[in-house]
Design a protein around this ligand. Sequence first.
Ligand code: PLP
Ligand code: TYF
Length: 394
Amino acid sequence: MFEHLKPQPEDKIMALMQQYRADPRENKIDLGVGVYKDATGNTPVMRAVKEAEKQLWEIETTKAYTGLAGDPAFGRALSGLVLGDTVPDDRLAYAAQPGGTGAIHQALELVKMATPEATIWVSAPTWPNHPSIIRHLKLAIAEYRYFDDETRGVDFAGMMEDLAGVKPGDVVLLHGCCHNPTGANLTLPQWDEVATLIGEKGATPFIDIAYQGFGDGLEADAAGTRLICERLPGALIAASCSKNFGVYRERTGLLMAVTPDAKSRGVTQANLTHLNRQNFSFPPDHGARLVMMILENEALRAEWTAELEEIRTGMLGLRTQLAEALRARSGSDRFGFIAQHRGMFSRLGATPEQVEHIREKHGIYMIGDSRMNIAGLNSKTVDLLADAIIDAGV
Ligand code: PLP
Ligand code: TYF
C-alpha cells in the first residue's frame, strides 16, 4: 500500500522554524512560529499552571478515563470563559478536543455529517491549517476578502461584498480575535453587521478563538463571539488554550456548539461525543484539568489573569515601540497599523523578496507572507527590526 502514498506539502511555519534553528548567526531573531516568548526569548510555563500542576500532583488519585467528551467541568469552565452567560445551558453542547486544531477539525467533521454540500467561507488570508483541514475533509471552500493590502486593516466593504454570496447552510469561519496571520480585526459594530448578514443568509458562523486575552483583554476579545451567539440561533466555536494558558503541547481545546433549542442540543451533544469516539475516544485531560482548576480557583485565576495581562500589555508596548521606531526612520505614519493590530501577529505587507532580504541580510525570520510574531521581539531588538524593514525598502 505504501507505494500509493503521495508526498504532502510541508507546514511552511514549521519549515521556517527549522531554517531558523539551523542559522548559526548569534544575533538572529525569530518572528516565525506563533508561540509567545518573553523578553529573554523563553516560552515560560505560566505561574498559575505551575501551581495547578503542583496541586494536581498532590490531589490526583487516578488517571482512569474521563468521559468521551472530556470532563464536563472543563467544558463548563472554558465555555464560561469564552461565552460568559450569553448562552443558556440547554442550548450549549461541548466536547473537549486535542487543542484548538482538534476542535476545528471536529467542527468541520460535524458540518460534513450535517450538511456535506456546505461551502466553508474563510478569510483571505487565514491560518493555513484552515484550508488544509477543509480540503482534507473534502468540503467545499470559498474565500472572502479580509485584509486590505494598502491600509493593512480590514477590507470590510470587500468582506461584506463577498459574503453576500453565502448560501443557506454554508459555514462562515471567523477569527474570534487577534486574526492570524494579519493582526487586523473587526470592530464590534462590524461584528454586528456580519451577524446580521449571516442570519439573513441562513448560514452558520464558526468562530476560531485561539488568542483570547492577547488582544484587548479577556472580555473584549470574546465580545465578537458573544455577540454572534446572542444574535444567531446556532454557532460553532473552537477554543484553544494553547496560547492563553501556555499549554501548547498538552493539547487543550474545546468545541462548543450553540444550538437553536434544547432538543437540538441533545442530538448535537450526541454527535460531538460520537465524533470523539470515532477519532480518539477520550480527549487528553492533563491540560484541560489544569485550565479547569485555574478557572475555578479564585487565587489561581487571579494569578493567571495577572500574568496574561503582563503578556498582553508587553506585546502592546512592543507594538507601540516598533511603530514609533519606524515612524522615526521613515518620517511617515505609514507603519502606524502595527500599533493598531492586536494579538501576536502583524502582517507587515512586505514582498517575498523583502522578507527574504530581511532574513538573509539581517537574520530576522518572519513568515513568507510577512507575518511577524511581535512576541519574538524585545525592547532591544525592536530597533534592529526597524532598521531591517527600512533597509529592505518596505
Ligand atoms: N487557530 C488559530 C488561528 C491559531 O493560530 C492556532 C494556533 O496555534 C490554533 C487555532 C490552534 O492551536 P492549537 O491546536 O495549538 O490549540
Ligand atoms: O500560526 C502559528 O504560528 C501558530 C502555531 O501547523 C502553529 O498557530 C503553526 C503551525 C501549525 C500549528 C500551529
